[in-house]
Ligand binder design. Structure first.
Ligand code: NAD
Length: 257
């Protein structure tokens, strides 16, 4: 199985799951475009490191996924793409009646609307090529709810709905679209929400990890970014040609409960 000759754009890929996915796609031979909203030498170095390690072309393109025009510009600057992974995401934890409006707007823009804009920009090229893979990183929170994450949960449920619609609009055209729903993965995003969870639940760190996070996962283990990368590679493989419009949970059994 090789993805040599394919170009993959992974939004929000200078850390965490996005970088893990970019690395596994590159390991399989795909050229990769990494992205975030910053534009530092460190960001570009991440792409240089991926290129050197896997012998593929890897570029870092700065674009702010909260801005529709920059979402579309990312795909243009990539020269189109065969594989689009919509991964950029942010999180905020607070009760609905204390949830800041600007946080709600930013979460919906980055976690949900960006996937609409990049997909709209990428589909014409995929249709022309007769092959394309859109992989949207949703969440176990795209299938279930929990308190204090209203915007995130609404956005991730939206990502699942957008994925199904994209699948129906591209069925029979060599293009598939699916959503991956991870449970907890110990990335910077999750680390950053632990203090808010501690405050919202009035618990210490260990109790939050054990009773709020891992309690939801029967495996009692975090998933890894490599496992998310492997799931993405599978969805880009010929074995997954007929898998479209569905969700794949990588959550240690969370959504089976
Ligand atoms: P992370 O914070 O490590 O990664 C988020 C990425 O998005 C970073 O690269 C960040 O720079 C980027 N980003 C943030 N704002 C952006 C913007 N305006 N424009 C472009 N890029 C932006 O967190 P992560 O855990 O790796 O999250 C990646 C995705 O996985 C997110 O969509 C998240 O919701 C989802 N997810 C994570 C978990 C988990 O437990 N970590 C679980 C389920 C789903």
């Amino acid at each position: 199985m090789t993805l040599a000759g394919k170009t993959a754009v992974i939004t929000g890929s200078n850390s965490g799951i996005g970088l893990g996915i970019a690395r596994e796609l590159a390991r399989t031979g795909a050229d990769v475009i990494l992205n975030s909203f910053t534009d530092s030498d460190e960001d570009h170095q991440i792409a240089r490191d991926v290129a050197a390690e896997f012998g593929v072309s890897a570029r870092y393109v700065s674009a702010d996924m909260s801005k529709p025009d920059q979402c579309r510009a990312l795909i243009e600057k990539a020269g189109g793409c065969d594989i689009l992974v919509n991964n950029a995401g942010i999180q905020h934890v607070a009760p609905i009646d204390e949830f800041p409006t600007e946080k709600w707007d930013a979460i919906i823009a980055i976690n949900l609307s960006s996937a609409f804009h990049t997909t709209a920009a990428a589909l014409p090229g995929m249709r022309k090529a007769g092959w394309g893979r859109v992989v949207n990183i949703a969440s176990a929170h795209g299938l279930t709810a929990s308190p204090y994450k209203s915007a995130y949960i609404a956005a991730k449920h939206g990502v699942v709905g957008l994925s199904k619609t994209t699948a129906l609009e591209t069925a029979g055209q060599g293009i598939t679209c699916n959503a991956i729903c991870p449970g907890y993965v110990l990335t910077p995003l999750v680390e950053a929400q632990i203090p808010d969870q501690m405050k919202a639940h009035d618990m210490d760190r260990d109790t939050v990890v054990r009773e709020v996070m891992l309690a939801r996962q029967p495996s009692k283990e975090f998933a890894t970014v490599e496992q998310l990368g492997g799931t993405t590679v599978f969805l880009c493989s010929p074995a997954a040609d007929q898998i479209t419009g569905t969700t794949i949970s990588v959550d240690g059994g969370w959504t089976a409960l």
